[in-house]
Design a protein around this ligand. Structure first.
Ligand code: S3P
Length: 190
């Protein structure tokens, strides 16, 4: 009898685990989008890029959304898109660098049972990548301003279910394997 209950519980835990979304979080330049795409292929799950959802929703680049509608409108839309995405099963999601920094958004992710994964890279690596530019990042003004933002956000990023410590020299394939392994070991969030 006890064995029966135990094995049903095991099945339930496995079902919850396999349904849990994976949310990649971290500062701008941490590689959430490229990693997310590769991870979704590796795990055979659908992939959603939250910033892409916002670009589609506004029909404009992120920079234009910030300049024409303001950050508040962006954050509101980000929360609405997140509410939609947390309801999707099995999904791998690349979030924007600010998405996990709102308590309401963290609550949405946690309550869905998803696993949040913080890609923890040193500031120097992120700064080099951001200074090389080429991306649509209205919140990167200069290295000093961005460093202050990064440091203010670190304690929130560290609230993720899993922290993956990286030095920036890993290949994408290596990071995919590190994250896939860490997710497998992660405690189910519900
Ligand atoms: C933001 C990061 C961006 C994008 C927006 C705001 C942030 O995403 O969501 O510019 O607040 O850090 P990436 O982290 O993918 O660059």
């Amino acid at each position: 009898m006890l064995g029966g209950v135990d094995s049903r519980r095991k099945v339930l835990v496995i079902e919850l685990f396999t349904m849990a979304g994976i949310f990649l979080i971290g500062f701008m330049g941490s590689g959430k989008s490229s990693l997310g795409k590769r991870l979704s292929e590796r795990l055979d799950r659908p992939f959603v890029d939250l910033d892409e959802c916002l670009v589609d929703r506004f029909g404009a680049s992120i920079s234009r959304v910030f300049s024409e509608h303001g950050e508040e409108a962006f954050r509101l839309a980000e929360r609405e898109e997140l509410s939609r995405v947390v309801a999707l099963d099995n999904v791998v999601v690349a979030t924007g660098g600010g998405a996990f920094c709102s308590p309401e958004n963290r609550e949405l992710i946690e309550a869905s049972g998803a696993i949040s994964v913080f890609l923890d890279l040193p500031w120097g690596v992120l700064c080099d990548r951001l200074q090389r530019g080429g991306n649509d990042r209205p919140l990167f003004v200069d290295s000093e301003q961005a460093r202050a933002l990064f440091e203010a956000r670190l304690p929130q990023y560290r609230m993720a279910t899993v922290v993956v410590d990286l030095d920036g020299r890993e290949t994408v394939a290596e990071v995919v394997e590190r994250v896939a392994g860490a997710v497998q070991e992660a405690p189910c969030a519900i």
